[in-house]
Design a binder for this molecule. Structure first.
Ligand code: AMP
Ligand code: GLY
Length: 415
């Protein structure tokens, strides 16, 4: 088979790495991919036009396409491929609305009784500001549209809350803001494969969204992830029954068959798991931590999802744990510095390196984005996994690399 992975980050490198192990695969392609993937796949130049990529795939005879990031999904890449009779792992544009519009996702959760923070949606700045005054802090202000994980402000003072509202609603084209109740608890991620009928949760995982240790500093796309996150069977059962099932069945009741992976970003509150957000794709960096633990053939799973044959499938996982530490460029997330030379030695046994914002230039690796490299440690348990990742990092490092030293500490304390 010819298999195409769409995207250019660490998540897509991990997807390619996993797909490359499938006996079903003859050739791998990545669009646009990154230099770190070139050893595994043919890189296909791509500007982001979903119709153009679907035409290329039809021409090239691509048998299966796995879509990594949200932007092409929200633009309808799955629809464009399906119109040409091409198999794709990733939801249609309508289904991807669970991520593309937080207002849509919240309304859907309300319709199907899915536990989530109380909320209101506004387009008018004055009403939104009045509402903030009325409710007070703490309060959470979210850009309804896609914002690469950076459109959320958790405000503990009114000034910050109002500033966030103004930033979102003041653009020339206006905007939409979701203002919601602040939830307390620990965060976790549950991803699940679904073909619109069967739902197969992956191991729970945990991302680290803030830039600095102790969950301080600005929000990022994600600074590291561990798996499995010790969520407990009862909580996981509630996530399946109260969140994943009503989501997939609710969409189907509305004529939308979700095929791909759904991402439930959760707050584990005193009242049980509640949804912070849904995404229409694998998490980044959750995928980098999870995929090395998955024993099933990813390509076969993706085919089952794309063809609506997921029912009866069982997942099997490697014993032990996995930890992904993200190395980000100096200046990330605001203004990442590019062109910094990187040293990426061959990792030892039990360590994997997935490239994100890197380029091969003049015979060496240089930084080319915010999140630059992902170092994944695997071990019998989380301690060993973390130990391996952190032992390798000093050898990789690049000047000014930002990374968290406390990845996995919350999960360790929960054991
Ligand atoms: P989101 O993109 O909606 O998941 O939000 C990004 C991050 O903001 C989450 O990972 C949480 O850390 C935080 N967050 C979002 N919504 C809430 C909420 N209702 N209460 C507390 N923290 C939140
Ligand atoms: N790790 C957070 C996300 O992928 O949205």
């Amino acid at each position: 088979m010819k298999v195409l992975v769409v995207g250019s980050g660490g998540r897509e490198h991990a997807l390619l790495w996993k797909a490359a192990q499938s006996p079903l695969v003859d050739r791998l392609y990545a669009a646009p991919g990154n230099a770190g993937m070139a050893a595994l796949a043919e890189l296909v130049p791509w500007s982001g036009d979903v119709e153009a990529l679907a035409d290329w795939a039809l021409n090239e005879g691509i048998d299966l396409t796995l879509v990594g990031p949200e932007a092409p999904l929200v633009e309808g890449i799955a629809d464009a491929f399906a119109r040409r009779g091409l198999l794709v792992f990733g939801p249609t544009q309508k289904a991807a609305m669970i991520e593309g519009s937080k207002a849509f996702a919240k309304a859907l959760m309300e319709r199907y009784g899915i536990p989530t923070a109380r909320f209101r949606v506004f387009q008018d700045p004055l009403s939104a500001l009045e509402y903030v005054e009325e409710v007070g802090v703490p309060i959470v202000v979210k850009d309804s549209g896609l914002a690469a994980g950076k459109g959320v402000t958790v405000a503990f003072d009114l000034h910050t809350a109002k500033q966030a509202v103004s930033n979102i609603l003041s653009g020339p084209e206006g905007g939409e803001v979701v203002i919601e109740e602040y939830l307390e608890g620990e965060e976790a991620t549950v991803l699940a494969l679904t073909d619109g009928e069967a739902i197969l949760p992956l191991l729970p995982s945990q991302d680290h969204k803030r830039l600095l240790d102790g969950d301080q500093g600005p929000m990022t796309g994600g600074m590291g992830a561990v798996a499995p996150y010790p969520m407990g069977p009862e909580t996981l059962r509630r996530v399946e029954e109260e969140i994943l099932r009503p989501l997939v069945q609710g969409l189907r009741a509305e004529g939308v068959v979700y095929r791909g992976v759904v991402y439930a970003g959760l707050m584990l509150t005193g009242e049980g798991p509640k949804v912070l957000e849904f995404n229409a794709r694998f998490g980044d960096p959750e995928a980098q931590a999870l995929l090395p633990l998955l024993q099933n053939d990813l390509v076969e799973l993706a085919l089952r999802v794309a063809e609506g044959r997921l029912g009866g499938t069982e997942l099997s996982w490697r014993e032990g744990a996995s930890a992904c530490v993200v190395l980000a460029a100096p200046g990330y997330p605001e203004n990442p510095r590019k062109g910094i030379p990187l040293h990426v030695p061959e990792p030892p046994e039990g360590v994997l390196v997935f490239h994100a914002g890197t380029r091969w230039e003049g015979g060496r690796w240089v930084s080319a984005g915010g999140r630059v490299l992902n170092v994944v440690g695997l071990g019998q348990d989380l301690e060993e996994a973390l130990g391996r990742a952190y032992a390798y990092i000093p050898q990789v490092g690049f000047p000014g690399a930002q990374y968290r030293k406390d990845i996995g500490q919350k999960a360790r304390r929960r054991r």
